[in-house]
Every structure is written in structure tokens, then in C-alpha cells.
Design a binder for this molecule. Structure first.
Ligand SMILES: Nc1nc2c(ncn2[C@@H]2O[C@H](COP(=O)(O)OP(=O)(O)OP(=O)(O)O)[C@@H](O)[C@H]2O)c(=O)[nH]1
Length: 459
């Protein structure tokens, strides 16, 4: 029986004389999205396998009407293009000795007939590999059109897209412009940039092309050349004439390695994002304030430009929770964060400091403008309801103007200065709350490392 399916799914040949067992396996394979060709005897199967179409896996039972599984394996290996296709022996009993025998005899693996479910992990791995390679793009850098054509043909069963270029400089331009998962480079190339030059150009970059997998190959199988390519950062090396099976296996490995690396990178970036983001409001959290805030302090010290630190705290927020529930309180917090975010400049740093309190760092904002800015933020919150409720905010502001004479500061200065500036803004906030809320209090500071004087606010 032959199941027609899209040529993009993996192909499995099943050879089993037992009709019922065949049906079970066919169903299992079809459920996994695999194309199945199944046969009841060895001769028919071998005849079908002789046509050279890509096959990803062969499953064969121990006893067939016309020959044993070992006979199928031996004849299969002699067919063109079938030297490395994985062949799994299906058997009713497999004690350790028999299993070892089968593996030594050349079978890839042994599976028990009454445990067809054991086949599933094998199939999943196959499908995963297949799925990964399907979408992969390979750049082939080869000056001979004939070799480029045969190499592209050899890679075809992987389901990858192969783009062939004849020169290293063109390759570099394509790599800069489009995403690829692997570069296959002929070591000897025409033009000023040889294969070795292209490899060095990639490895000396500062972007992710520096790590893009490179499979180098050459017709001159010199040990020294091979070692030099590997030393310069090639991930693998092949000698011409290229063995198509070996090329596919090596290229497939490198593509998988690259995909895995990309996946790990994406996960790492996501983790890093989550670590500095407040889940409720989407604003940066306090960790980010500690980290980025020190850079704001360094920049102010380096340039002499003022830095304003604000603490903004929603008024009587507990009442909102008590009266309307915690969920509504959350909605108000989200809306407040959004409202404030709309008011700040791109290089201001707004974070959720905790609870119903926000911190805002505004570089280059000095005493002349700070009152207007604080008032703008305060009125932005009070102007319209947040999540349907009237809300006001109190603002504590600390404005730091670095002195005209600035010596180099010791390590740890920025962290401590930031801490003091936040403390100062927090004390100003306390005054704003004390003075009736829905207002701003501003404190000027020249040296954040000296205890700031709070009581001379312009309140
Ligand atoms: N819904 C919600 N409430 C929170 C969250 N974090 C803190 N709170 C609540 O915010 C309230 C803060 O109350 P208080 O510190 O007494 O301050 P307040 O009621 O805003 O009063 P003043 O700041 O003095 O104007 C507490 O009830 C906390 O439980 C949160 O993530 N979601």
C-alpha cells in the first residue's frame, strides 16, 4: 500500500508480513504525519527502494516470506543512495544477545513488535529534524557552476533552500542582507577575497554572523589547509569529491546547532526582558532602575548636565482596593502607568518602584523647568479618570546639578549617589503627602553623597 502525502513530510518504508501488525504501524506513522509505503515481502520493498526517491527510515520485521531482515538490509545497502538510510529491525523478542547481534549486523536499532509506542520518540526526533531543516536556508559559495549544481542537488532531500553564489564578496553582501542558517564555502575562490578570507571576514564581525556555522570544503585535501580552516573558525570540513550522504549529515547537524543556538538566544533575551519588566504595568521594574539609573548618574557627572529624580505615588490607593477590589486596583495601576508613560521623553526612565509608586529619572532637566514638568505629570493623572475612577498623584522631586568642578569619582559612586537621590525624592514625596497630596515638592541637591537637606523645599 502506498500513502500519498505532501513530499515535504518524512518518508518511511515499512516491511512486515503480518497484516495486522502492519495496520497498527501504518496508523501510528500516519498519526505522526509520516508518508508510509508498506510491503508484505522483501523483494517488492527492495524494488520500490531502488527508485532512488528520498527515504528517511526503513522498518523491517525479522521474518518475511521471501527473505530474512538481514537479507533485506544487505541488499538495501547495495542500492544506490541507500548506504546510510536508518534501518530498524522489528522483532517479537529481543533479548540482549539478539539485540547486540542485530546492531553489530548493521541495523540502526531494534524495536519490539508488541511495543509500537516505543517507535514514537524515534519518529518525533525524525520529524523534528525534518521540520527544522525544511525551513533552513543555506548559502553555497562555489565558483564552479557544475559543482554548485551537484551540491545543491545533494542537499535537496533535506528540504532546505540553497542559494548559490560564485564569489566571496557577493556572499558577504548576501549574508549581510538576508538570513541564512549555514554557509558552505569552497576554500579556493576567485577574486581578492578567497574562501579563507570570507571565513576570516565573518569571524571578525561583531554581529551574529560571527557565529554563523561554516562548512568548508576543498578539492585539495591537504592536512594543513584543513586545519587552517578549522583554526580560523570553520565548524566542519569536507573534501571533494563530496559524498552526498556525508554532506547532508554534516550540513543537517550544523543547521540544527544554529537553530538551537538561536532558540537559546531568544529564550535568554526573553528571560532578560522578563527579569527587568514589571508584569502588571509592562514598565521597567526596580532592577532596571538600579542598573540603568547608575548610567544616568554617570552621564550627569560626565557632562555636568542636571538629573532630575521623581517619585510619584497614587493618593489613597488603598481606598480603591478596599472599595472596588484588588482587580480594579490593578486596572488603575496599569492605566496610571500608561498615562505617565505618555508624558515622558524617550530618554527618560520610568519604572514601577513598587506598589502604587513610580520612579522617574529625567536627564538634562534642571531647576528652571522641573516645576512645570512635575505639574504636567500631576495634572495628567488628575485630569481624567483612570480605569473609570478619579485618581490623583503626589510627586516628590529631587534635582541634582553636578558641580562645575568634577574630579573622577571612585567606583561605587553612581550606585550610592542614585540611592541618595531616590531617598531624597522619597522624602520630598513624604512632604507632598503631608501637605495634602495631589501636589509636588521639589528639593535641589548639589552633592548627593552629602546628606541632602530636605526642609528647605519650596513647598
Ligand atoms: N491592586 C493592587 N494593589 C496594590 C498593589 N501593590 C500594592 N497595592 C496596594 O496599594 C495600597 C497602598 O496603600 P498605602 O501605602 O496605605 O497608601 P495609600 O492608600 O495610597 O495612601 P497614600 O499613599 O498615603 O496616599 C495597599 O493597599 C496595597 O495593598 C498591586 O499590585 N495591585
Amino acid at each position: 500500500m502506498t500513502t500519498d502525502a505532501a513530499s515535504t513530510s518524512p518518508s518511511v518504508v515499512l516491511i512486515d508480513a503480518n497484516h495486522a501488525a502492519r495496520l497498527v504501524l501504518e496508523r501510528l506513522l500516519a498519526d505522526e504525519g509520516v508518508q508510509v509505503q508498506s510491503f508484505a515481502d522483501g523483494a517488492d520493498a527492495l524494488q520500490a527502494l531502488a527508485d532512488g526517491r528520498p527515504i528517511d527510515l526503513v522498518l523491517v520485521s525479522r521474518h518475511l516470506p521471501d527473505m530474512g531482515a538481514v537479507g533485506v538490509l544487505r541488499r538495501l545497502r547495495a542500492l544506490p543512495g541507500r548506504a546510510v538510510v536508518p534501518v530498524i529491525l522489528i522483532t517479537g523478542d529481543a533479548d540482549e544477545l539478539r539485540r547486540m547481534h542485530a546492531l553489530e549486523g548493521g541495523f540502526t536499532d531494534v524495536l519490539l513488535r508488541d511495543r509500537p509506542d516505543r517507535l514514537q520518540p524515534y519518529l518525533r526526533a525524525l520529524l523534528q529534524r525534518f521540520g527544522t531543516q525544511q525551513r533552513a536556508r543555506i548559502l553555497l559559495v562555489e565558483d564552479s557552476a557544475t559543482v554548485a549544481a551537484t551540491t545543491t542537488e545533494a542537499l535537496a532531500p533535506l528540504g532546505v533552500e540553497v542559494v548559490a553564489v560564485g564569489e566571496a564578496a557577493t556572499a558577504l553582501a548576501r549574508l549581510e542582507a538576508e538570513p541564512f542558517d549555514l554557509v558552505i564555502i569552497d576554500v579556493v575562490l576567485p577574486g581578492p577575497l578567497t574562501g579563507l578570507g570570507l571565513l576570516s571576514a565573518l569571524r571578525s564581525r561583531r554581529d551574529e554572523l560571527a557565529e554563523l556555522p561554516v562548512l568548508a570544503y576543498s578539492g585539495y585535501d591537504e592536512r594543513a589547509r584543513r586545519i587552517e580552516m578549522l583554526r580560523r573558525g570553520a565548524n566542519d570540513y569536507l573534501s571533494k569529491p563530496i559524498d552526498a550522504d556525508e554532506l547532508r549529515a554534516r550540513a543537517g547537524n550544523l543547521v540544527r546547532y544554529w537553530r538551537l543556538l538561536q532558540q537559546v538566544r531568544r529564550q535568554y533575551a526573553e528571560l532578560a526582558r522578563v527579569a527587568v519588566t514589571d508584569a502588571l504595568t509592562g514598565l521597567y521594574n526596580r532592577h532596571m532602575l538600579d542598573d540603568l539609573g547608575q548610567r544616568y548618574v554617570h552621564r550627569a557627572w560626565r557632562t555636568g548636565e542636571p538629573l532630575t529624580v521623581m517619585m510619584l505615588d497614587l493618593d489613597y490607593f488603598k481606598n480603591i482596593n478596599d472599595q472596588y477590589g484588588h482587580d480594579r486596583g490593578d486596572e488603575v495601576l496599569r492605566a496610571a502607568a500608561q498615562r505617565l508613560q505618555q508624558q515622558v521623553r524617550p530618554d527618560d526612565l520610568l519604572v514601577r518602584f513598587g506598589g502604587e509608586e513610580f520612579a522617574l529619572l529625567m536627564p538634562r532637566l534642571g531647576m528652571d523647568d522641573v516645576a512645570a514638568q512635575a505639574e504636567r505629570l500631576r495634572t495628567a493623572v488628575a485630569a481624567a479618570p483612570l480605569a473609570g475612577l478619579p485618581v490623583t498623584v503626589s510627586v516628590g522631586v529631587c534635582v541634582w546639578t553636578p558641580p562645575a568642578e568634577r574630579a573622577r569619582r571612585e567606583d561605587g559612586f553612581a550606585a550610592e549617589a542614585l540611592r541618595q537621590l531616590l531617598k531624597c525624592a522619597d522624602r520630598a514625596l513624604y512632604h507632598a503627602k503631608h501637605n495634602g497630596r495631589n501636589c509636588a515638592e521639589i528639593v535641589p541637591v548639589t552633592d548627593p553623597l552629602a546628606q541632602p537637606v530636605i526642609d528647605n523645599t519650596g513647598a
